[in-house]
Ligand binder design. Structure first.
Ligand code: ATP
Length: 369
């Protein structure tokens, strides 16, 4: 094995490029993650997440770039290095459970230890520990075919972690489960990862999953990285319209920055039916005076009021007010634009009512189009 003793991130992907025919599936992405971290690659179908994951696993070659884990270089075409997948010490969990139907849970989970030729007593101990961790102790002797989808996925997870690999790679592992189970498994998967502390990369197109589970998220589009950050950062400080739109729900309005009032703050003018409205906001990175920008405001930061308490003069009509217990999901028409607004049930907003919209300035963000 080739060693590389540089300090820095535990897993490092540098300028990864992968072509499939004429399609540049991964377009020169770079990222590193510290040991024990849980990083999610998030993006729509075809953005290159799985290709990135498979490149790390060594399940296909790459055209250029370099992948290193610890002090071992896994892949570097320039240096003529390609470590075969079985030497990479990686655990994987896929969407399809990929467990052997003719084997019991115990046999499935013990398999990676058997091929490593561990002593039987050690195998028994480790399998018992890991089955307890994933909550399958009572299922140990069942055949894989006798398990529910959730139990099969727990078995796959147990098999992936039993040999204590250097990395855990997940490719949409929960997408075959129904919504309720998926929500439960998100939390549990994160707990288990926390407990075993194995550095993990998780691929999903489901933003809620990414927000719940990740220490950090990389939002991808067309083989490139749009933004990287913690879940809270990505949600509250999206860098551009694409990320705003992809994570959570946002009101997105095109406008122009007409004034920078202080560093990081300014006024964006939006226009509707010849009316110009000036909206104070925070300016995202790279947003300057005179520039076209998109205002991004989450529904929980738009307040519908019966009296006009701000000077922005955003007056609209309630198109829809759906009572959802703790909040009311509203749509408010303002010119051609439909605002998504979260209102308090106590306001008793009714369809057809006129309301004024007050935007929470701290959480109104001008981002790149
Ligand atoms: P999904 O969630 O649908 O898997 P993804 O973000 O994981 O999407 P990739 O599977 O990495 O995306 O695919 C990226 C691009 O590479 C797509 O355009 C896809 O069609 C192409 N691609 C992926 N694998 C292959 C392959 N084996 N042969 C040819 N093209 C491929």
């Amino acid at each position: 094995m080739t060693s590389d003793n540089r300090s820095g991130p535990y897993l490092e992907v540098q300028n990864l490029v992968k072509w499939f025919g004429d399609d540049r599936a991964v377009d020169g992405i770079s990222f590193g993650i510290p040991k024990g971290a849980f990083l999610t690659l998030l993006g729509p179908s075809g953005c290159g997440k799985t290709t990135t994951l498979m490149s790390i696993a060594g399940l296909h070659s790459i055209d250029s770039g370099r992948i290193r884990v610890g002090d071992v270089v896994y892949t570097s075409p320039k240096e003529g290095i390609f470590l075969p997948p079985e030497k990479r010490d990686i655990g994987m969990v896929f969407q399809s459970y990929a467990i052997w139907p003719h084997m019991t849970v115990t046999q499935n989970v013990a398999y990676p230890l058997e091929i490593r030729k561990l002593a039987q007593s050690e195998i028994d101990d480790r399998v018992a520990d890991v089955l307890a961790l994933v909550g399958l102790t009572d299922m140990a002797d069942k055949l894989a075919t006798q398990l529910s989808g959730g139990q099969q996925q727990r078995t796959a997870l147990a098999r992936a972690i039993v040999a204590n690999p250097l990395l855990l790679l997940f490719d949409e592992p929960l997408s075959n489960l129904d919504l309720k189970l998926r929500e439960q498994m998100r939390v549990e998967l994160k707990r288990i990862q926390n407990e075993v502390g194995i550095t993990s990369i998780y691929v999903t197109h489901d933003q809620a999953e990414a927000l719940v589970m990740s220490d950090e998220i990389i939002v991808m589009s067309k083989g490139q990285i749009e933004q990287r950050g913690g879940p809270h950062d990505i949600y509250s400080r999206p860098i551009n319209e694409y990320v705003s739109n992809f994570i959570g729900v946002a009101n997105l309005l095109r406008g122009r920055v007409v004034e920078v009032t202080e560093p990081g703050r300014g006024i964006v003018e939006i226009t509707d039916h010849g009316k110009h409205i000036r909206i104070p906001c925070r300016l995202g990175p790279g947003i300057a005076e005179g520039q076209a920008a998109v205002l991004s405001v989450r529904p929980e930061n738009v307040h519908a009021e019966r009296e006009n308490s701000s000077d922005s003069d955003l007056e609209g009509e309630v198109l829809q007010a759906i009572f959802l217990g703790s909040y009311v999901d509203c749509r408010v028409r303002w010119g051609d634009f439909e605002w998504k607004v979260i209102a308090h049930p106590r306001m008793g907003l009714k369809q057809g009512e006129k309301v004024f919209l007050r935007l929470d300035t701290e959480h109104t963000l001008a981002v790149q189009p």
